[in-house]
Design a binder for this molecule. Structure first.
Ligand code: URP
Ligand code: ZN
Ligand code: ZN
Ligand code: ZN
Length: 465
């Protein structure tokens, strides 16, 4: 029968093939993959590539960041940027402030997205306390409610958990089949190096990187994977930045622990030299873990090429540069310690991987689709998302594989006032985005459709292929 929408003649990246076909959409879902389909609306897509809408399972939006500090994006601006960059589902973090119970924090956080979000969304919890109420009641209730993943930190004062606390949290994950995401950096070691740097006058932005060397990440990855082995749970190591950390993951897998690994554009394209740019410019690149060097970039690329990374996320964590509520926070010029951590990247994630990875000849379109969408859906329980297949949500992005673009802040939709990739040359750009069959972006701009993003009720992670 007729479709609501037919996308005609694109090269379509399905779960297992890339082939020219039509995509027929009915009631927001992919109804037919075939030829000569008819529909009320037909989009001619010859010469374009159709990929599953991106899922960015690691973004920070409106997250409390300390007194006087404010993230540059709310759900409206972050999701507009996501959609314009070909991402149709975003997964930010809910961080309960102070003693706020998890449920109240989650409800307040979800209210911020209600009616203003242009992308579909799921929310991970950040677990930073382990009292009986939190682990015995609140966390299990939220997991049963479809929030089936959470992040724990091994660094940041006020967030970092001890090994015992991480094990207690992992035990909850094991009971409920949830996914634990770990930020792996050794807080004590960082504090030691930071104090020493400040004592000896090494306070410029660069020293954010020199006080978080590869060793603090490598050790923490070893410890996190060991704790997961002891607790008997799968885990995801987020934002892996270097080859030694990846070696630890490889060894843990060889011992039988199910470890999933994420990396991000900054670890493939930026280096610690960017933190050493003149004046205060280096602050634009302060994120944790920090970008490393060319050899570590190559190690991360090798991991992507060999399929050792399942996830490619942005870790979008936007702060304005010329702003006392952002990178120029009180004391930030006196010490890197006071520079808010994080960089914006929600809109540029897919173009960077497409250009450097697919056009650059490092990965196939199928691997691109898995790294940017399919694996996120599998590991975070988004059962209707992440693939172009009959029955799935019609979240589809049309790419012009030959389009030449230069990344410019002026063209982006996020709330930050800069991009770390200013001037970066790209081949291949998303030219249209469909969310559940509705055109939400065309030629780099929102179509004007009312924000229709929905909260996704998530299933358990699928950690066994
Ligand atoms: O520097 C970063 N990545 N900030 C965001 C928070 C986190 O640790 O992911
Ligand atoms: Zn055809
Ligand atoms: Zn982190
Ligand atoms: Zn993050």
């Amino acid at each position: 029968g007729a479709h609501d929408l037919v996308i005609r003649g694109a090269r379509v990246v399905t779960g297992d093939t890339v082939a020219e076909m039509d995509i027929g959409v009915r009631a927001g879902r992919i109804a037919t993959l075939g030829h000569d389909l008819s529909g009320a609306q037909v989009v001619a897509a010859g010469g374009l590539i159709a990929l599953p809408g991106g899922i960015d399972s690691h973004v920070h939006i409106s997250q409390p960041s300390g007194p006087g500090i404010e993230m540059a994006d709310d759900f409206a601006s972050a999701s507009a940027a996501a959609i314009c960059g070909g991402t149709t589902t975003i997964m930010p973090f809910c961080l309960p402030e102070g003693d706020t119970p998890l449920r109240a924090a989650m409800d307040a956080y979800l209210a911020r997205a209600d009616g203003v979000c242009h992308a579909d969304y799921g929310v991970h919890l950040i677990v930073h306390r382990t009292d009986a109420q939190t682990l015995g009641q609140d966390l299990p209730a939220l997991l049963e409610d479809g929030h089936t993943s959470f992040k724990v930190f091994m660094t940041y004062a006020g967030l970092a958990l001890s090994d015992r606390q991480i094990l207690d949290v992992m035990a909850v994950a094991r009971r409920h089949g949830a996914m634990v995401m770990v930020h792996a950096e050794n807080e004590d070691a960082i504090e030691f190096l930071r104090d020493e740097a400040e004592r000896t006058g090494r306070t410029a932005p660069l020293h954010h990187a020199t006080t978080r060397p590869v060793a603090v990440e490598r050790e923490a990855v070893h410890r996190a994977t060991t704790l997961a082995e002891i607790a008997g749970v799968p885990l995801t190591i987020v934002h892996v930045s270097n080859g030694a950390a990846l070696d630890e993951i490889r060894r843990a897998r060889a011992r039988g622990t199910r470890v999933f690994a994420e990396t991000c554009p900054q670890y493939l394209t930026l280096t610690a030299d960017d933190l050493d740019r003149s004046g205060f410019e280096g602050a634009k690149y302060v994120c944790s873990p920090p970008p490393r060097d060319a050899a570590e970039q190559a190690a991360c690329w090798a991991g992507i090429e060999r399929g050792e990374f399942e996830l490619f996320s942005s870790d979008h964590c936007p702060f304005r540069f010329a702003d006392a509520a952002g990178k120029d926070a009180p004391g930030a010029r006196a010490s890197f310690r006071n520079i808010p951590n994080g960089i914006p990247g929600i809109e540029t994630r897919l173009p960077i991987l497409f250009s450097e990875g697919v056009v650059g000849g490092r990965i196939s379109l199928e691997r691109f689709a898995a790294l940017t969408a399919g694996n996120h859906a599998r590991l975070y329980g988004l059962t209707s998302k992440g693939v172009i297949a009959v029955g799935a949500d019609a979240d589809i992005v049309l790419w012009d594989p030959g389009a030449r673009r230069t990344i410019r802040q002026a063209d982006l939709h996020h709330g930050a006032d800069y991009t770390p990739w200013e001037g970066f040359e790209i081949t291949g750009w998303p030219v249209a985005t469909f969310l559940r069959g509705v055109a939400v972006m065309r030629d780099g701009a929102l179509t004007g459709a009312a924000p229709s993003g929905r909260l996704l009720h998530r299933a358990r992670p699928r950690t066994v292929p």
